[in-house]
Design a protein. Structure first.
Length: 255
């Protein structure tokens, strides 16, 4: 015996299903359907907006972490303060990067170039791509480049969502106390991943959130667990770490 199976669908749904395959939707209908799909789909971006827990934040959260305000060019002098090398043991940090003379390095959030020009001397046959979104910072960096004759330093104007790096060519990306201020951390880390060479590394430097004695506001700190979670979201895994700096984590991530 052959059993007949009947499907009962609302007329509107049937018409929409047939029409979508046979004729173009109006612009208004297409927009409406797109918005309905977005509303029905789970939010996987990790972003949310809510009242700032800290007034130093922008009211935007990523994976539960409030994003901090960007330090403007008005605070440039703090980047070049005389006691920074001692406070952060920047010599140890630079040694831990294990740069090779031919490396292509990206200093994202380069500011006035504090680390840019130190790395420039370590990669004489390579390049340092000094990325910043603030034209004032880049202007200062260009002045220093001319003064030092640092030909292997290339200033790059980035955006809040893209550092504008060449795909697959960067051996090391350095982020020093900058990542926690990214307006779009997911988009930026995805772009950084695309820029890394097959063996390229991301070196993330952030003040230790686990240490209450570090004299920095909580919003400007990050824990290892939080960093791993956010990097894993774009396919980056923790491969090494240095925990002997006075106040900061130095975490290495790779594809």
């Amino acid at each position: 015996m052959v059993h007949q199976i009947r499907l009962f669908l609302p007329l509107g749904a049937l018409a929409l299903g047939i029409g979508a395959c046979t004729q173009s939707l109006s612009e208004g209908t297409a927009v409406q359907l797109t918005e309905q799909r977005r509303a029905a789909a789970p939010d996987t971006s990790g972003y949310e907006r809510r009242t700032p827990q800290d007034l130093n934040g922008i009211g935007k959260y990523y994976m539960g972490r409030q994003i901090a305000h960007v330090m403007g060019h008005e605070g440039a002098a703090w980047l070049d303060r005389s006691d920074r090398a001692r406070e952060e043991d920047t010599d140890q940090l630079l040694r831990a990067l294990k740069l090779k003379p031919t490396d292509v390095v990206a200093d994202i959030g380069a500011g006035t170039g504090y680390f840019t020009f130190k790395m420039s001397a370590l990669v004489p046959q390579g390049r340092v791509l000094a990325v910043d979104i603030q034209p004032e910072m880049l202007a200062s960096l260009r002045e220093t480049k001319a003064k030092l004759g640092a030909r292997n330093v290339v200033p790059v104007r980035g955006t809040t969502q893209n550092p504008n790096l060449p795909a697959g060519q960067v051996d090391l990306v350095l982020l020093v106390d900058a990542y926690h201020e990214f307006d779009y951390p997911r988009e930026m880390t995805r772009a950084i991943r695309q820029a890394l060479s097959p063996t390229g590394r991301l070196a993330l430097v952030e003040y230790r959130a686990e240490d209450p004695d570090v004299p920095i506001k909580r919003i400007h700190k990050m824990s290892v667990a939080q960093a791993r979670r956010e990097m894993a979201a774009v396919g980056l895994r923790l491969t090494d770490s240095v925990e002997t700096l006075p106040q900061q984590h130095l975490l290495f991530f790779q594809k």
